[in-house]
Design a protein around this ligand. Structure first.
Ligand code: PLP
Length: 360
């Protein structure tokens, strides 16, 4: 990581209830770059607008068209004209991942052996949800350090759950071995073109629901499938910015190295944003169409998650709170007239963890 990042400063006198008063230490280690200039041509990207349009047709009727909530920024203590909250945590399976998983399964014939995936997180839940809906056999590989709750949730969705090895890498190795032997369709949490295109269907949906484009869109990043899909869907027509927890900086590390590299992952959102490296599908799209990448500290993420619950009764998991966190702590500083869109991308967490401190 590059040292000496920019410190987060407060100073939003107009905020009725500034979240950034509760923590400090927001870091943004990369300068923004000119996305408009970056858009001007180059080799074809791995996911095209036509791929995303085809995905939208395929998954219509299989996934929810989740609501878009528009409200003044002041409601959540941020100094922007409007916030557009895409309530994708209400999606089937509790996260946006259902879009990509349905798209991949509907895009091709499914072998008799069904589908196979290594993931105990939102991707695994989405694959199991789609497989059950489509009547397809589903096998999910989890590491020994996965929780009994996750195993039970997947089993309840009808998936055959295999616990293999101590860590995710062991589960993945076993999953790949099974796929090679059975011929099942391999599903990846973020690094397959159909999965990214499925996530990209959010772009046209947001635009249609709002009747126009936001000035800026803030998106959480793990392996990059969500941000790449949205960036490809908007095709540079709005400013897309990537947000990563400080403990899981896959895109930052790739931008510094000039290519995807492995990072260590940790932090409150690591169960969802803890991919080890940015995806090969997402990387060229992010390079060309993502305008900026920011790091958001855990304390800001937790404060924003609590604020969404306290002010709007929106129960989301930490991974879905990075957009509000970045605005509240000043990591992202839009102009006051802007309309800023946030994707509330998931809600698979224990709601009892939403301990809400009393309002001052
Ligand atoms: C709730 C939630 N938000 C965001 C992400 C990040 O998505 P991606 O890995 O496509 O960057 C994930 C990934 O699992 C997720 O579960």
């Amino acid at each position: 990581m590059r040292a000496g990042g920019e410190r987060c400063v407060s100073g939003r006198q107009a905020d009725p209830w500034p979240l950034h008063s509760r923590y400090s230490g927001c870091v943004n280690t990369l300068p923004t770059f000119d996305a408009t200039a970056a858009c001007g041509g180059g080799p074809a990207l791995p996911v095209s607008p036509a791929d995303i349009a085809a995905a939208a047709q395929r998954i219509a009727g299989h996934v929810w068209r989740t609501p878009l909530l528009r409200l003044p920024g002041a409601v959540l203590g941020v100094d922007v004209a409007e916030l557009w909250l895409k309530l994708e945590h209400l999606q089937r399976g509790g996260s946006f991942k259902a879009r990509g998983m349905f798209n991949r399964m509907l895009a091709q014939p499914i072998p008799a052996a069904g589908v196979v995936v290594a993931s105990g997180g939102n991707a695994g839940i989405a694959v199991a949800t789609a497989a059950r809906a489509l009547g397809v056999h589903c096998e999910v590989f989890l590491p020994g350090n996965s929780t009994p709750a996750k195993r039970a949730a997947l089993a309840a969705l009808g998936a055959a759950v295999q616990v293999q090895g101590a860590a995710y890498a062991d589960a993945l190795a076993a999953c790949l071995q099974r796929q090679a032997a059975s011929g099942a369709l391999l599903m990846h949490a973020y690094d397959q073109a159909e999965v990214v295109a499925g996530a990209g269907t959010l772009a046209a949906e947001i635009e249609a629901q709002a009747g126009g484009l936001p000035d800026r869109l803030l998106v959480s990043v793990g392996g990059g499938g969500l941000v790449a899909g949205l960036a490809a869907g908007f095709e540079g027509r709005t400013r897309v910015e990537a947000l990563e927890p400080t403990g899981s900086p896959t895109l930052h590390a790739a931008r510094e190295a000039g290519e995807p590299v492995d990072v260590a992952v940790s932090g409150v959102a690591a169960d969802a944003l803890g991919a080890r490296r940015i995806g090969a599908v997402a990387w060229p799209i992010c390079q060309r169409l993502v305008a900026a990448a920011h790091l958001v500290p855990d304390a800001a993420i937790v404060a924003a998650q609590q604020a969404l619950w306290r002010e709007l009764r929106l129960a989301v998991e930490p991974a879905a709170a990075l957009g509000l966190a970045a605005l509240a702590c000043g990591v992202v500083r839009p102009q006051p007239h802007e309309r800023v869109a946030l994707v509330l991308c998931g809600a698979n967490f224990d709601p009892a963890s939403l301990t809400v401190p009393a309002r001052a």
